[in-house]
Design a protein around this ligand. Structure first.
Ligand SMILES: [Zn+2]
Length: 403
């Protein structure tokens, strides 16, 4: 038999340094074994480099990429100053950019960010787009267009996200409904931003009702400020169990978790496990971050996200998940070899679990979503955080041409 692609002389994360070949046919990993004899339409010599699952980005505000200069620096300083007491003010300041929202310029920025995703082997992205009384459907329309254009290279899961609240932005709920009718994949939410506990609970309930009505997964930004008293992670976890939506929900950010009292943190950790909720953290975009290492040790599907690319909240970003892992290694002080293996999981297999992407592991029979990185180990890959030498999405070679 002849394969579509044959990767020769690669090491895997579990081959203990031994070289294997990886054969791909019909979009799937057909075989992983030493010295595969059959030929292939395309043969790639990995020369001892590491082959692994491709990268997964659990959180990106894709409608806002490259808008920093439009918004100015005020919001960014409010979001990241001190212990994040001004996170709400930052969102209010950043909201101004949406008065000029237009699908036409947004799509150009989105393409730039998705081209980088292809270059860096980032094949699956959970992409948030603001859907509210200012942004209306401009962002979601741009993302739906991009989802189609890039579907062979990047799977874009579009989250309809009412960034400015539901009670605080009357009418936003109707725009989320319209976005779902138009084809958004996931229901968003940001209950912590509402002014009262009642409004926060109502925000969770109303967004969840839309998720149930449309049969969609849920991804909400929760407890994302320097306030130990925030309780929206708990609200969403309880709601998930009540609605039987286990395994279909992610918590995004939850930076206040780092301030929770220990006994309360342990209750939340337990609830996240029972509700099979994934958690995506973005330590590089704010001075606080969720307890990633503890959640990982507890068996929660925790992952890392890019969050922002040059927008009102963060000035950098290249959609390079190895770069995110590199930054996280410093911010979370995870520098042992064991830590680096965890970091690698957080941007590949764990992230896939958090986003509900099935059969993602590098294993025979699974869809072929993989990269050959320019390194021989997880350590070297994170250290150099360079673009992979080979990127395969659903069995096709989509490697970007090197300049
Ligand atoms: Zn975010």
């Amino acid at each position: 038999m002849t394969y579509d692609i044959l990767i020769r002389n690669a090491v895997t994360r579990t081959s203990s340094g031994k070289r294997v070949d990886v054969a791909i046919a019909g979009g799937r990993i057909a075989r992983i074994a030493p010295d595969i004899k059959e030929g292939a339409a395309e043969v790639f010599d990995a020369a001892g480099s590491l082959v692994s699952e491709s990268f997964v980005n659990g959180h990106l505000h894709l409608d806002k990429v490259y808008t920093l200069e439009k918004v100015g620096m005020a919001a960014l300083s409010s979001y990241t100053s001190g212990s994040m007491g001004g996170a709400m003010t930052a969102i209010e300041q950043a909201s101004k950019v949406k008065e000029g929202y237009d699908e036409k310029w947004i799509i150009q920025n989105v393409r730039k960010a998705l081209d980088l995703a292809v270059k860096f082997g980032n094949t699956h992205i959970r992409a948030f787009t603001d859907v509210d009384t200012k942004a209306k459907l401009e962002g979601v329309k741009a993302l739906i267009k991009a989802r189609e254009e890039y579907k062979d290279r990047v799977t874009v899961q579009i989250v309809a996200f009412p960034q400015d609240g539901i009670a605080r932005d009357p009418g936003a709920e109707g725009w989320v409904r319209k976005a779902l009718e138009l084809g958004a994949d996931v229901v968003g939410g940001i209950p912590w931003i509402e002014y009262t506990e009642e409004d926060m609970q109502d925000h969770v309930d109303r967004m969840f009702a839309l998720a149930v009505e449309f049969g969609k997964d849920v991804s909400m930004l929760l407890d994302d400020a320097g306030d130990a008293g925030l309780r929206t992670v708990e609200m969403l976890a309880k709601k998930t169990i009540k609605e039987g939506w286990e395994g279909r929900v992610t918590v995004q950010h939850a930076r206040a978790m780092s301030l929770y009292p220990e006994p309360y943190y342990r209750k939340i950790e337990h609830l996240l496990k029972v509700a099979r909720i994934g958690l995506v953290s973005d330590p590089q975009t704010g001075p606080l971050y969720a307890r990633v290492k503890d959640l990982y040790a507890a068996g929660v599907s925790v992952a890392l996200g890019q969050d922002d690319i040059a927008d009102a909240y963060y000035p950098f970003g290249r959609n390079n998940m190895l770069e995110i892992a590199f930054l996280a290694a410093h911010l979370m002080w995870m520098t042992t070899f064991d830590d680096m293996k965890i970091l690698y999981d957080l941007v590949t297999t764990n992230a896939a679990k958090a986003l509900g992407i099935a059969d993602f592991a590098l294993a025979e029979g699974n869809p072929a979503n993989l990269v050959v990185v320019d390194a021989a180990s997880e350590w070297e890959a994170i250290w150099n955080h360079e673009a992979p030498k080979l990127v395969v999405k659903a069995g096709r070679n989509i490697t970007a041409k090197r300049a």
